[in-house]
Design a protein around this ligand. Structure first.
Ligand code: NAI
Length: 267
């Protein structure tokens, strides 16, 4: 499927770590559709991940940045504007991390330093990225900014822990900054609420395998995978979605509208 719908569009993609990452799949699809981009991640991801391999494949420049660090972000946007000799059209935020989950701490026993880090890395970084782009006037009119989220922002998923709070904040930031960005710069901001996908971040969640299977069974179309996410994001970056803003879009095979499925009863 190559229709060139992102020809001439330029942007920044945060969060490609390895070939399973949603951001990796998105970068591949954006490239196929004619888009150009800078890839970014924390410096350690470049050392231990494979992001440089992806950069080579997609003719992209890799610029390291910690998405919680304003100086790194200013440098990233300044360098990107230089590379493209002008403003950009799209930004993908595909970032998430919880030290509480990594250390096996449950919601009723959160470490608050870790909790603040979860919120900063997984949600407030989205505000920091948008504030940087807004102040530097880095986005072209009719540009598009997208972040990845999960339905645990609305409903309880045992084990999703403090990431549920981070996703609720992320979605709220998308609405609040989406209003400002749309009003002042004609740039839309949306979140994609994605089915479970087997990635490094995904597999960090307790009993991820059971969660994945449950969602697969309940969703009439089955789980949306990383490639499905990439296709939706390509569409959201394209001119076909110019008036969609401040929305949380479920890319979940119907999961969010379900109660109990036939599949579930027959199992
Ligand atoms: P992933 O582990 O491949 O990607 C997470 C990325 O965040 C990594 O590249 C990591 O290096 C980056 N990151 C962590 N701290 C950072 C920081 N301080 N600055 C910059 N980057 C940082 O996993 P995945 O699944 O592709 O995650 C992408 C997004 O999708 C996350 O927001 C995740 O919560 C969301 N999501 C994932 C689902 C899943 O089941 N895998 C389901 C729904 C949403």
């Amino acid at each position: 499927m190559k229709n060139g719908i992102l020809k001439g569009k330029k942007g920044i993609i945060f969060g490609a770590l390895d070939e399973n990452s949603i951001a990796w799949k998105t970068a591949e699809r954006v490239f196929e559709e004619g888009g150009e981009f800078v890839l970014t991640n924390v410096a350690t991801a470049a050392r231990f991940g494979k992001v440089k391999e992806l950069a080579e494949k997609t003719n992209a420049t890799f610029i390291p940045a910690d998405a919680t660090n304003m100086q790194d972000l200013e440098n990233l946007f300044a360098e990107t504007l230089k590379i493209f000799n002008g403003k950009i059209d799209f930004v993908l935020h595909s970032i998430g991390m919880s030290l509480n989950i990594r250390k096996g701490l449950q919601y009723q026993e959160l470490n608050y330093n870790y909790y603040m880090k979860t919120l900063d890395i997984s949600a407030i970084s989205f505000h920091k990225i948008m504030q940087t782009a807004y102040k530097m006037d880095a986005m072209n009119e009719w540009g598009s900014i997208v972040a990845l989220t999960y339905i645990a922002a609305q409903r309880i998923f045992d084990g999703y822990n403090d990431m549920a709070d981070a996703k609720a904040l992320l979605e709220s930031i998308a609405r609040s900054f989406g209003y400002i960005f749309s009003r002042d710069k004609k740039v839309r901001v949306n979140t994609v609420s994605q089915s479970p996908v087997q990635t490094t971040a995904g597999k960090g969640i307790k009993q991820f395998g059971s969660l994945f299977d449950y969602a697969e069974k309940i969703s009439p179309l089955g789980n949306a995978d990383g490639y499905d996410a990439a296709n939706l994001i390509v569409m959201l970056f394209s001119d076909y979605t110019k008036k969609i803003t401040m929305q949380n879009i479920y890319n979940d095979g119907g999961f969010s509208s379900m109660g109990v499925s036939k599949n579930f009863f027959e199992d």
